[in-house]
Design a protein around this ligand. Structure first.
Ligand code: SAM
Ligand code: SF4
Length: 321
């Protein structure tokens, strides 16, 4: 459906949990956060109902995220049911990859088409540091199992932090030369636990990689804000996602559903519509649909992340990055 600024909105990102088996420094504090209570988290039945309703408004692409979606019990059966809803053309998952090796084939069988895996570094010690305890080998196994399982495309999300992994960009890029992987370098966003001094703009990343303006962009299935390049001889591509230095709000095609059932039309605006209350008050599908459509219609024109005063109350893991 269209929003008030005539953008075509057809993509719903769904956070199924705010919990996680890692504590990435830019995302969550070490001690975790005030977890949303179990009662407040939408049940899978409630989420399936909302997916169903959203397809009536032309939504057809769904990304399941979190927190870490693979830590939620029953996730595979939920995904299987979601993939069978008429109108769900594209079902995707964003994961930190820790539990991916054991689930990659099940995900494919459940109807998930593609996965995005977060991987900021290949260095085991650095990975343990950034994620506060994660094992990079598990993630790499998960990535290769996903390729074997036929999940396609497999994209790697690399959040670039000045003091952590800037020097590793060329090495991470090599993954896309050797394998059909899409390595995406992402600007750190001033949200959650992130430190603004760690921010590196896309232009600087491209300079380091020496690919500024020399390669034509290429489309990789996704339709999101990334720009992709395929250097000669590469099996995969390199992508850049910049929320700060280059606004992509005018082409934004997505809204989000938080784990506690709030429709969030813009990641970076605290405006939310409470769908959980409607779901739990015996509202009809038509009534919930009206509320959903109203939220989409009111999607803000653009974000205000660059404003110094802008500070969201929620973390990325709660909204669903
Ligand atoms: N746990 C899963 C994962 O890590 O892929 C899914 C949820 S996580 C919140 C989704 C994505 O948000 C990850 O790729 C993560 O790196 C990214 N992210 C978290 N905090 C961020 C920040 N402050 N700036 C940019 N990206 C961030
Ligand atoms: Fe967990 Fe993902 Fe946040 Fe890391 S980025 S703490 S893996 S939710």
């Amino acid at each position: 459906m269209q929003d008030q600024f005539k953008r075509q909105i057809e993509y719903l990102r769904i956070s199924v949990t705010d919990r996680c088996n890692l504590r990435c420094r830019y995302c969550m504090p070490e001690e975790g956060v005030n977890w949303i209570s179990h009662d407040s988290i939408l049940s899978f039945e409630e989420i399936l109902r909302l997916i169903n309703i959203s397809t009536r408004f032309g939504f057809r692409r769904f990304r399941i995220t979190g927190g870490e979606p693979l830590v939620r019990k029953g996730i595979l059966s939920f995904l299987e049911q979601a993939s069978q809803i008429p109108g769900v053309d594209d079902l995707m998952l964003t994961t930190n990859g820790i539990l991916l090796a054991e689930h990659a084939f099940d995900l494919k069988r459940a109807g998930v088409q593609r996965v995005n895996v977060s991987l900021d570094t290949l260095d085991p010690k650095r990975f343990r540091h950034i994620t506060r305890g994660g094992d990079v080998h598990q993630v790499l196994q998960g990535v290769f199992r996903s390729l074997e399982a036929g999940l396609d495309p497999v994209k790697l999300n690399v959040v670039v932090s000045r003091s952590q992994n800037l020097e590793e960009l060329p090495k991470l890029t090599e993954l896309a030369r050797t394998y059909p992987l899409h390595v995406r370098f992402i600007e750190l966003m001033p949200i959650g636990a992130s430190d603004r001094d760690e921010f590196v703009p896309i232009t600087e990343m491209q300079e380091i990689l020496g690919i500024q303006d020399v390669l034509a962009t290429e489309d990789v299935q996704g339709g999101g804000p990334a720009e992709y390049y395929r250097p000669p001889g590469f099996k995969g591509t390199i992508g850049f996602i910049s929320a700060l230095s280059r606004h992509f709000c005018h082409t934004c095609n997505r809204v989000r559903l938080t784990a506690d059932g709030k429709l969030r039309p813009c990641l970076h605006s605290s405006f939310e519509v409470d769908l959980r209350q409607a779901l739990r008050s015996a509202a009809s599908d038509a009534e919930i649909g009206d509320l959903f459509a109203k939220g989409v219609w009111l999607k803000p024109a653009e974000h205000h992340m660059n404003d110094e005063e802008w500070q969201d109350q929620r973390l990325m893991s709660q909204i669903g990055g």
